[in-house]
Design a protein around this ligand. Structure first.
Ligand SMILES: [Zn+2]
Length: 329
């Protein structure tokens, strides 16, 4: 039985020569090697063939592989596109439509940039001091189980801190905290937004090169499941209409859920996406898909999962039920 393996990338760049060499990303050379490896092992498919396989309309003789890129990062134009073009591979690029105006840096990325710019201990202490000042009542206890499932590749104390910032704090509190720290350690948000994100024009350039753009919500500040029905509908409608009005026509508009774990979207999210004309949606649930899979709950692999994909069968259940609460100090 053949399967579809979808790989999910974020940062791909020449880290040592960049302004933030400690950003958690893949080196351009490592990406090039991984693409060559995948091309050797799989039939690299475009979105149309991948969906035909899922529907049962295409019976390949090899396992399929689809490459996806989240968050509308500038890297996708500068580092990824040349490699995909050279290898004649279609990539799917999921953009949060608010990022493409490049006026502000999202909270998630502010946190990532700060973690790369400031030694972790200093940053954590500074953040916790400011947090106590802004919201003395906030508990900094986080569930270790959720932490480890969300940030599989970080050291426990780093994962716990990221979880606290991204999932425990309210949106308003998170923004106040990160704006303070960003201004102190990094500087102009607008300058950084221009450097960090694709513009609408960049996204069109990806389309011109045969790539597919997909939705990744309009804002990427909270999980879609954390929004009330009205706010969720507004966000997704805005995302869908901006993609159609600011980009070139596409026959297929895919979607990727921000964060993408099963608790970050609801059946209402799926219904909305279908109504708005999205053809499928990708999660970050680790795994591959067989023909007949639910095309609004497609699974993906992290690049780090790729060489070890045979051990996947045990990876998700292994971690269940082993964790207690851990404090963020
Ligand atoms: Zn994302």
């Amino acid at each position: 039985m053949m399967v579809l393996t979808t790989v999910m990338y974020h940062y791909v760049r020449d880290l040592p020569g960049s302004r933030f060499p400690r950003i958690k990303g893949m080196l351009t050379d490592a990406f090039r090697r991984q693409v060559a490896f995948l091309k050797d092992q799989y039939e690299m498919v475009d979105l149309e063939s991948a969906l035909a396989f899922i529907r049962g309309d295409y019976q390949p003789t090899r396992n399929l592989c689809l490459l996806t890129f989240d968050d509308g990062l500038k890297d996708h134009l500068t580092a990824v596109l040349p490699i995909l073009t050279e290898q004649h591979i279609q990539g799917i690029f999921f953009v949060s439509t608010s990022y493409l105006d490049r006026c502000e840096v999202s909270s998630v990325h502010k946190n990532q940039i700060l973690m790369a710019a400031v030694p972790f201990e200093e940053y954590r202490q500074e953040a916790l001091v400011k947090l106590r000042e802004l919201a003395p009542e906030i508990s900094t206890e986080v569930s270790a189980e959720h932490v480890c499932k969300t940030y599989r590749w970080d050291a426990p104390e780093v994962a716990a801190f990221k979880y606290l910032i991204n999932f425990v704090l309210s949106d308003t509190l998170r923004q106040r905290l990160l704006n303070h720290l960003f201004e102190r350690y990094v500087g102009s948000e607008q300058v950084m937004a221009q450097e960090w994100y694709l513009s609408w024009q960049d996204a069109q350039q990806l389309q011109d090169a045969g790539m597919v753009i997909g939705g990744h919500a309009h804002q990427h500040n909270v999980a879609l499941s954390a929004l009330n029905d009205n706010a969720q509908r507004q966000d997704l409608e805005r995302c869908a209409s901006l993609l159609r009005s600011r980009l070139k026509p596409q026959t297929l508009w895919p979607f990727a859920y921000p964060w993408g774990k099963p608790d970050t979207f609801t059946p209402a999210t799926v219904e909305l996406l279908q109504r708005l004309g999205f053809c499928c949606a990708f999660t970050t649930v680790v795994g591959t898909d067989e023909s007949g899979a639910d095309c609004f709950r497609l699974r993906r692999l992290d690049p780090k999962d790729v060489p070890m994909k045979m051990s996947l069968a045990t990876s998700s259940s292994e971690m269940d039920g082993k964790f207690q609460k851990m404090p963020v100090r």
